[in-house]
Design a protein around this ligand. Structure first.
Ligand code: CO
Length: 210
């Protein structure tokens, strides 16, 4: 059975290079983590959180899944969010989608993909909600790119709708939720400017008394 020696070699070289630049880096980091950011992004191998925003180990807490979803019943994502907000006290939640997302493309089309369609159904609902706008665009590619943006906006709203985030605001904790999209073509991020930093940014129906 292969033990993937190339990856262990890479790892030793990486650790040595970090230590060469900052001796004691790992010892310092091992005693605490205090990231300011929670990244909620897509699992796509081309969208690695730390590299894209130039952050070192210890600087960003990361949750990734297919199509950067925040589903109200997903205890995995909600556990990450709770720990990041309540224990690590991150200042910013970054919901980061990307153009050419395979998950969004699969949701957009009507083919049968098996079990994952249940996960992607949330994006289908976003597509349905915004069908008039999407049908006004000329090509499937344009509609999928727009759906990527609309999905990020929807997931930003889902983050804000959680009791975790609303209670943080209620305590007076500084917490800002951002929606960004990354382009695989040029490596650049775009701010969708749907930032929310208080309960005022939520529709009244979603506000929790806290
Ligand atoms: Co993706």
């Amino acid at each position: 059975m292969s033990k993937l020696p190339n990856l262990f070699k890479n790892n030793r070289e990486w650790a040595a290079s970090v230590n060469a630049i900052d001796p004691g880096f790992f010892e310092k980091l091992s005693s605490q983590q205090a990231p300011e950011y929670l990244w909620i992004g897509c699992s796509d191998s081309r969208v690695p959180a730390n590299q894209i925003v130039g952050l070192l180990p210890g600087e960003v807490f990361v949750h990734r899944n297919v199509a950067n979803m925040v589903v109200h019943s997903d205890f995995n994502c909600l556990s990450v969010l709770q720990y990041a907000v309540e224990v690590l006290q991150v200042k910013h939640v970054l919901v980061v989608g990307h153009y050419d997302c395979g998950g969004v493309r699969a949701a957009y089309h009507n083919s049968d993909n098996g079990m994952i369609d249940n996960w992607l159904r949330n994006i289908k609902d976003v597509q349905f909600t915004h069908r008039a706008e999407l049908m006004g665009l000329a090509t499937d590619q344009q509609r999928i790119d727009r759906l990527v943006e609309l999905n990020v906006r929807s997931q930003v709203a889902h983050v804000c709708q959680t009791a975790i985030v609303q209670k943080a605001w209620g305590r007076g904790q500084s917490l800002t939720v951002h929606g960004w999209v990354y382009s695989l073509l040029d490596g650049l991020l775009k701010d969708l400017e749907c930032t929310v930093d208080s309960q005022e940014g939520l529709e009244p129906e979603y506000r929790i008394d806290c």
